[in-house]
Design a protein around this ligand. Structure first.
Ligand code: NDP
Ligand code: 8X3
Length: 257
C-alpha cells in the first residue's frame, strides 16, 4: 500500500466538486495538499477548514490552467518544501453548452479545449519532469464516460474527454521506463457544479440532469482516486469507469419521476 501521510498531493480544480472532495479525503489521510483553481477566496477558505480539521498543511494556489505562463510560474515558484509532488490529480475541467456541432459556439469550444486538453497538458508538462527526476509519482487524470462514448450535442466536450483518454495512454507509454504511474478515473453522472457551469448558471436546467436518478457523489469519485493512489507501486489502475447503479452508459439511464 502507498501511504498518503506526508505525501504532497497537487489537485487542480479543488474549489468545487471532485477536486474539493479529493482535497478533503487526502487531507483526512494526512496528505499535504496543494490546491489550485481560479477562485482563490474559496481555496483560502477550504485550506483554512482542512488545516484546522485535519491538522495537515494546505497550500492554496490561484491558477487558471488555460494560461500557460501562469501554470509555468505556479509550478516553478512553489516553495522548496512543496516541490516534490507525489500525486498530481488533473481534475480541473468543464463543459460549456449542449448544442449540435453545427450550431455550437466558438467560445464554448475554446473554453473546453483550452481547459480540458491544453490546461491538463500544461500542468502535466510542468509536474511530470519533477516526478521523473525523482523516479517516483502518480498522475491521476479525471476523464469521463464521455471519453469512451459520444452523446448527442456532447460533441466537443466528449472530444476533449477522448483526448484525456489518449493523453493518459500516451503518458503511460512515455513513462514506462520509470516508476511514475498514470491513471484515469472516468466517472458517469455525478452531481457537482458541472451542469451549472455547462448551462452558465441556469440551476433549474442543471437540476434536471440529475432528476429521477441518484447520481454519484463527489466523494464517490474521491474514493476512486484515493483507491488508485494507494495501491502498491506495482499495481496500476490504468483506467476506472464508475457510474451510478441506474446508469448503464452515457445515453442509457433509468430515471423515475
Ligand atoms: P465542478 O464544476 O464542480 O468543478 C470543476 C473545478 O474545475 C472547479 O474547482 C473549477 O474551479 C475548476 N476549473 C475549471 N476551469 C479551470 C481553470 N481554467 N483553471 C483552474 N481550475 C479550473 O465540476 P466537477 O467536479 O464535476 O468536475 C471535475 C472534473 O470531472 C472535470 O474535468 C469534469 O469534466 C469531470 N467530470 C465530471 C463529471 C460530472 O458528471 N460531474 C463526470 C465525469 C467527469 P474554478 O472555477 O475556481 O477555477
Ligand atoms: C461528465 C459526464 O455524461 O455529462 O463528464 O458527459 S457527462
Amino acid at each position: 500500500m502507498m501511504k498518503i501521510k506526508d505525501k504532497i498531493i497537487f489537485i487542480t480544480g479543488a474549489s468545487s466538486g471532485f477536486g474539493l472532495a479529493c482535497a478533503e479525503l487526502f487531507a483526512k489521510k494526512g496528505g499535504k495538499l496543494i490546491i489550485a483553481a481560479r477562485r482563490i477566496e474559496r481555496l483560502k477558505q477550504i485550506a483554512g477548514t482542512l488545516k484546522s480539521k485535519y491538522k495537515t498543511e494546505v497550500l492554496p494556489v490561484e491558477l487558471d490552467i488555460r494560461k500557460k505562463s501562469m501554470v509555468v510560474s505556479a509550478v516553478k515558484n512553489l516553495p522548496a518544501k512543496w516541490k516534490n509532488i507525489d500525486v498530481l490529480v488533473n481534475n480541473a475541467g468543464l463543459s460549456r453548452g449542449l448544442d449540435k456541432l453545427h450550431e455550437g459556439k466558438f467560445q464554448d469550444w475554446d473554453e473546453m479545449i483550452d481547459t480540458n486538453v491544453k490546461g491538463l497538458l500544461y500542468v502535466s508538462r510542468m509536474v511530470i519532469p519533477i516526478m521523473v527526476k525523482r523516479n517516483s509519482g502518480h498522475v491521476i487524470n479525471i476523464g469521463s464516460i464521455a471519453g469512451h462514448e459520444v452523446y448527442p450535442k456532447g460533441n466537443v466536450y466528449c472530444a476533449t474527454k477522448h483526448a484525456v483518454g489518449a493523453l493518459t495512454k500516451g503518458m503511460r507509454m512515455d513513462l514506462v521506463d520509470t516508476d511514475v504511474r498514470v491513471t484515469t478515473i472516468d466517472p458517469g453522472l455525478a452531481e457537482t457544479e458541472f451542469s451549472i457551469v455547462r448551462f452558465r448558471g441556469n440551476k433549474n436546467k442543471a437540476k434536471d440532469v440529475y432528476k429521477g436518478i441518484e447520481s454519484l457523489t463527489a466523494s464517490d469519485v474521491a474514493d476512486a482516486v484515493y483507491y488508485a493512489a494507494t495501491r502498491r507501486l506495482n499495481f496500476v489502475i490504468a483506467e476506472m469507469i464508475i457510474q451510478p447503479n441506474h446508469q448503464a452508459s452515457a445515453m442509457v439511464a433509468h430515471k423515475t419521476g
